[in-house]
Design a protein around this ligand. Structure first.
Ligand SMILES: CCC(=O)SCCNC(=O)CCNC(=O)[C@H](O)C(C)(C)COP(=O)(O)OP(=O)(O)OC[C@H]1O[C@@H](n2cnc3c(N)ncnc32)[C@H](O)[C@@H]1OP(=O)(O)O
Length: 534
């Protein structure tokens, strides 16, 4: 059983390793060309001593070992501040296969554009990419959510008024050439920046023309002959300074109007979260104790405290922002009818309460925060006959149709339909992070194995094959191991089912910056839950 200290150490080590992108040797040869690395470009560009959120750090981790790997999904993405303006920054990492796009790179870039669009944040592209990763072209080229979607988004973002600023700081090849040129600004660095639909090798092979890449599509060519780029800069720093100038003059747009007051730290020590969370995921604990270590002044104003107690709902402030919190209670509780309810399980009454609370938050323009530690909805005849499906559906309906921004944190388990009802990735949380203690799957390894073994032995029996206890146990172990390897928060983050894995102490910052980002996008849609089962 992993202690939280071990899990935090694992996070630290993974972060240190992933920060190195394509590795030391590749960084050295990249810098020898006079270029800053993807991370250095971001560090130089953003306002000093301001907070930022990185998303997609774990994208592709462990996914393409046979290809040499694609750490960080081949680009670094953050939400941060440039000249006082909040924005999304996407910085290609040319130390990873010359910044070529793996399938997961497409997913990550689309996520960055989605964050910019949902929150109406300006976006900066620091381009240094060889275009599609050719050996995997069939997985990244032609489908709806593949490479082409980026330029469709460039066009749509432009039409809805989202500023896009691009700097060509390395190669920008083939289809990728559209990205900077479809932005409002296309800056280019002399010597290292180049942009063309086909490089010199392809030009030679297709039309027989002999030309070098710089003459074909370098900074001077595009600033003085084709007019494709706006201005050239002698080095990365000068180009990044110009982006800061552009942001400095950018105007301010309407806000959503979420409520913010003076910020107060929790009175109860947030470090105590580490000791409240049990290392054994099956053990109960009081989620109120966790919430009180996240919210301002440790003040959590519970809604219907005595009813539907396996879900906690209530209002609070986080860094001054008003929030509505929906959290799974892991304590064993006694229902109003006197029955004992298991912590972490959603019952009819808790789903019913949460649905109503979510509706209230929408009515009052209060952003929602979901804290997941859920094993699913209650099973069995008592629950089914009590209509759990319609109460669960009501909660899903209220949450899915929410017009206020939602933020999700996987504190512990995230299993089954509990993941859905508690605003999993499919329900458009503006940001979704897993704590190091998070685990996500359709069910736990042990439950899945028991279920699958029952199905498989029944199938074999129907064919006249009976397996003995030893064989059954081997099957059980095999399935449990496979499920457990996929439960890890890093597996989810590598697939971009979440935006990352965090130390619980980062939760306040992510919620605060997430609401600040969301405040850039006025709510234009009326809350309408459609048909609700009563
Ligand atoms: C929408 C349609 C498209 O996007 S088609 C994309 C077509 N792309 C291309 O033709 C670009 C091919 N690449 C190049 O011309 C050069 O790599 C450029 C971008 C000029 C960079 O050169 P340079 O800095 O010297 O790096 P390098 O060539 O040593 O490459 C480093 C490692 O990356 C690899 N690489 C490069 N491009 C791709 C690619 N598109 N697909 C797959 N792998 C690519 C190189 O093979 C090299 O790999 P390794 O480090 O030797 O393992």
């Amino acid at each position: 059983m992993q202690t939280i200290e071990n899990l935090l150490q694992e996070l630290k080590e993974k972060y240190e390793q992933l920060k190195m992108g394509g590795g030391l040797k590749k960084i050295q040869s990249h810098k020898a060309k006079g270029k800053l690395t993807a991370r250095e470009r971001i560090e130089y560009l953003i306002d000093k001593d301001t907070k930022y959120i990185e998303f997609g750090l774990f994208a592709g981790d462990g996914m393409y070992e046979e290809e040499g790997g694609c750490p960080n999904g081949g680009c670094v993405c953050i939400i941060g501040f440039v000249s006082g303006k909040m924005c999304v920054i996407v910085s290609n990492d040319a130390t990873v296969k010359a910044g070529a796009w793996f399938p997961i790179s497409a997913k990550k870039n689309l996520r960055a554009q989605e964050i910019a669009m949902e929150n109406r944040l300006p976006i900066v592209y620091l381009v240094d990419s060889a275009g599609i990763y050719l050996p995997l072209q069939s997985e990244v080229f032609a489908d709806k959510e593949h490479f082409g979607r980026i330029f469709r988004n460039n066009a749509q973002m432009s039409s809805i008024g989202i500023p896009q600023v691009a700097a060509i700081m390395g190669s920008c090849v083939a289809g990728g050439a559209y990205l900077p040129i479809m932005s409002d600004y296309a800056l280019i660095v002399e010597g290292s920046g180049s942009v063309f639909l086909a490089g010199s090798y392809l030009v030679k092979s297709s039309i027989g023309e002999d030309i070098d890449n710089e003459t074909l599509g370098g900074a001077t060519t595009h600033c003085e002959i084709s007019g494709v780029t706006d201005n050239k800069f002698p080095n990365d720093e000068a180009c990044l300074d110009e982006i800061r100038n552009i942001f400095d003059k950018m105007g301010h747009f309407d806000k959503a109007g979420f409520d913010k007051k003076e910020s107060f730290l929790p009175i109860k020590d947030p470090n105590e979260i580490y000791s409240i969370l049990p290392a054994d995921r099956g053990k109960p604990y009081d989620m109120v104790e966790i919430i009180e270590r996240i919210v301002d002044n440790s003040e959590f104003d519970q809604y219907k405290k005595g009813y539907g107690q396996t879900i906690l709902c209530g209002l609070a402030r986080i860094d001054g922002w008003a929030v509505g919190i929906v959290a799974n209670q892991r304590k064993i509780v006694k229902s109003k009818k006197g029955e004992m309810q298991m912590g972490g399980v959603i019952y009819s009454d808790s789903a019913d309460k949460a649905a109503r609370f979510i509706m209230n938050c929408n009515q009052q323009k209060i952003p929602l925060v979901f804290l997941q530690d859920v094993t699913g909805f209650m099973v069995g005849s008592r629950s089914e006959h009590g209509g759990i499906i319609k109460d669960g559906a009501k909660m899903v309906n209220a949450m899915a149709n929410s017009v206020v921004p939602k933020f999700t944190f996987i504190v512990g388990n995230s299993y089954g339909a509990g993941n859905y009802a508690m605003c999993g990735k499919a329900y458009d949380p503006r940001l979704i992070y897993s704590w190091v203690t998070g685990q996500m799957a359709v069910m736990s390894g042990a439950s899945a194995a028991k279920t699958l073994v029952q199905i498989q032995t029944a199938t074999l029996k129907s064919k006249g094959i009976v397996i003995d206890e030893i064989e059954e146990n081997e099957l059980l172990d095999k399935i449990t191991d496979r499920y457990n390897s996929q439960l890890s928060p890093y597996f989810a983050a590598s697939n971009l089912w979440t935006d990352g894995v965090i130390d619980p102490l980062e939760t306040r910052k992510i919620i605060s910056m997430g609401i600040e980002a969301a405040n850039h996008a006025p709510i234009t849609k009326r809350y309408n839950v459609g048909v609700i089962q009563t």
